[in-house]
Write a protein that binds this ligand. Structure first.
Ligand code: SF4
Length: 373
């Protein structure tokens, strides 16, 4: 197994549930629950460290939910415990909700080696934030970024959302200008997806969301605006200034190994994909993770997953890297089918295959076509 790996810790707590959100998080929280959860995470890290003898990690990502809700002391305990895996110069990221006072938690995070913050900005437009049911307003994002910088953390990723009610090219551009002016080094621009089981799903007819053509226009204009600010698109929804790509998230798209701890956290270790179920009590009581069922139809599941994931990246599939990893060339059918697609959607050259921003808009269809014909 390639070493070092990425380490992910899921913190499944939020003050309130945003009506579009499908992530596993609970709102029934109190100090006792936060303490016992922290204790279980610390124990799990130690157990996994014993089990994966000799394995190290060069990225640690605290995601959620709202990791910053744990407060500085609990965050420090988790990061110190993860020290058994973490090597020098690791990228250590924490997600934070700008609605909360973050000065103390950022200071504590930085003191134990935290060096990257990911803030759920979503949009700089307060009406759109209200529509999303977010607890914060744009001024809170400004304060959160200031708090990160005061704590000495300058690697700041901001999440923005596309496809909101009333959103226009000009309002997306304003949001991206704000994010750029705030000093973001990394921007994730996700399209709003109405997920089954959420309040948005129940009320979708009343949401007045923009149609697919408008969302496509918003996405392509966001790609151009970010490029004009010096951000390089490196994945269908992710943009970074040079040197600031998310090393942790790249492990997912490169199909490199990672260990996820906490309910709903997924892992890919020694070619095995497994996850903890969405059950906080079960996690605290010690329920082990379960294996993922692969839905691959292609003859070699590992290869298919790799090809699918790599097609999310701008650099796409590189023939040489595929051959080094799997010991044989990319199957001819894959290259032939990709070459049959319009150049506006997919590019096949002497190095490999990659999708274009227009191609990313219909990536599911294209990837299925390239892999399965
Ligand atoms: S704060 Fe984030 S994780 Fe929590 S409910 Fe809202 S979107 Fe979901």
């Amino acid at each position: 197994m390639p070493n070092p790996i990425g380490l992910y810790i899921h913190i499944p707590f939020c003050i309130s549930k945003c009506p579009y959100c499908d992530f596993y998080s609970l709102t029934d929280i109190n100090p006792d629950i936060l303490n016992s959860y922290t204790h279980t995470v610390v124990e799990s890290i130690e157990q996994w460290h014993k089990k994966l003898e000799g394995v190290t990690a060069d990225t640690l990502y605290l995601g959620g939910g709202t990791p910053s809700l744990l407060g500085g002391e609990r965050i420090s305990r988790i990061i110190r415990a993860a020290g058994c895996f973490i090597i020098e110069n690791a990228e250590i990221t924490m997600e934070a909700n700008p609605a909360d006072g973050l000065d103390d938690v950022f200071a504590a995070f930085s003191a134990v080696g935290g060096n990257r913050i990911s803030i759920g900005m979503q949009t700089a437009n307060d009406n759109q934030l209200e529509f999303l049911g977010r607890r914060h307003r744009h001024q809170d994002v400004v304060k959160a970024v200031e708090a990160a910088k005061s704590a000495g953390i300058n690697n700041i990723s901001l999440d923005v959302m596309l496809g909101l009610k009333g959103q226009t090219v000009s309002s997306v551009t304003s949001t991206l200008c704000e994010a750029h002016n705030l000093g973001a080094t990394h921007i994730s621009a996700y399209m709003l997806k109405v997920e089954e089981g959420t309040p948005f799903y129940k009320n979708q007819d009343e949401l007045c969301l923009p149609d697919d053509d408008t969302v496509a226009e918003l996405y392509l204009s966001a790609c151009q605006t970010l490029e004009s600010f010096g951000f390089e698109q490196y994945e269908m929804s992710n943009f970074a200034l040079p040197g600031f790509q998310s090393r942790h998230n790249l492990k997912y798209w490169n199909a490199d190994p990672y260990l996820g701890i906490g309910p709903a956290a997924h892992s890919f270790i020694d070619g095995r994909r497994f996850y903890y179920t969405r059950d906080q009590d079960g996690f605290i009581k010690g329920s082990p993770p379960v294996d993922e069922q692969s839905s691959d139809t292609y003859p070699n599941a590992g290869e298919t997953e790799y090809l699918m994931l790599r097609l999310r990246l701008n650099r796409g599939i590189k023939y040489k890297e595929f051959e080094e990893r799997f010991g044989h060339a990319v199957p001819k059918g894959v290259t032939v089918r990709a070459a049959s697609l319009p150049n506006k959607l997919a590019v096949v050259d002497s190095d490999g295959i990659h999708l274009t921003p227009d191609g990313f808009l219909v990536s599911n269809t294209l990837i299925t076509r390239i892999l399965n014909g």
